[in-house]
Write a protein that binds this ligand. Sequence first.
Ligand code: ADP
Length: 436
Amino acid sequence: MTNDNRVRKQRNRIVLIHFLSFVLLFIILGFFIFIMINMFFFKDVNKELLAFKAVVNENITETDVDGSLRVSVNPRTNARIFAVFYDGEGNVLDYDPILLDFLGEKGAEDLEPMGLFRFHREFEWNFEIISEEETYHFRTLSFQVDNENAPHVKACKLLIMVNGEMKSRNLVIRVYFLASLLMFIFAFFASLFLSGMSIKPVKAALEKQLSFVSDASHELRTPLAIVRNRLENILTKSNRTVYEVSDDIAVSLKEITRLSKLTNDLLILSRGDSETMQLKIEEFDLLETARTVAIPFSEMAEIQKKKFTVSGENAKVLADKAMMSQLLIILLDNALKYTAEGEEVGIRVRQNGGDVQLEVIDTGTGIPDDVKPHVFERFFRADKARSRDTGGYGLGLAIAKVIAQSHRGSISLTDNHPKGTKITVTFPKTKKLEKK
Ligand code: ADP
């Protein structure tokens, strides 16, 4: 699978996960909104029903009118509420005659199965929908009745018409569904956008890794080819003395030394990437270490007629001494490489609160603005045409960055005034790094 395909597949997966998360969120939200809407719209009718239930329980009476039982509630405090009364078996004893008006032409018996007159034992609260030419919605409350004034009445169901409430509720629900639909569309595009955003650094990292591997292989190939050539040369001249082939041997050894340095550099970078760098943390004075590391460079500077200084304040740090020395070597090596006779190279150690700053300053060629963002990249060399012998692999500053980061620090580059370069490494003085 090509790289792009892999990235696209990953992106599609992220879009799907984002989208499904959005949908799930809306469903959960919708569920809560539905419950809230019901609570909101029927809060008042529920209250009315409960108030009337108390009235029924207190004021219910039954009378015999021409052999049939009539049940009445007096005073009838709520004209919106209608009641149906039952005996112990759930048979209807009496009901508000107005209820029949809602049934249209069908009459009470036809609608019996639909439940207008049926007593609901299991549910106190209920909705009943009576459909005829018009649709009527009732909110109902069923309860047991125990009053000596109406000994035959054992249960009662109250009905209150909620057509208005239902209409408003349904409108709100419809608006919510419409909004959800729009949100789903929005969610899809948002997922597309978000996945694009989140895949970007992954894609960049993958591309970086691939170009790193390809650059590394390229750099490894050259010295290997040289060594192979030279060894073949020796083999074809096997009757010669060691002295006669010493040139081939010397070149091979030099290339092998370069190879071993390159592989060491690659190892540091890869350990930095995987955060498996083994740091040997110890306490030491950074200024003193800088002075020691600087000795061969100051000698070289003297030979090259450059000014070399080490200045600043003593700073006890907890760090890996060998790594810090390597970082200094990289920076000093560059500083000397890019300064000419009569120019200056300096190291400065400073304390800044809990941090310590190590600066390597030179008055050399400086780094052009368009090159600056790339100098910490791996295998970057501003002057690609430089000879292999002086130019290095373009890994120096990348390694310096990895070393700074492994000490929870940072490295930055600024212009030195009036000319040259200043590289500043900042890291915490005493932070415990062993556990990293
Ligand atoms: P190299 O192995 O080429 O020295 P580095 O990673 O150390 O690789 O540096 C990358 C590039 O940054 C160099 O090729 C050089 O162009 C530039 N550079 C680094 N340090 C300095 C400096 N002190 N002055 C000018 N240019 C510098």
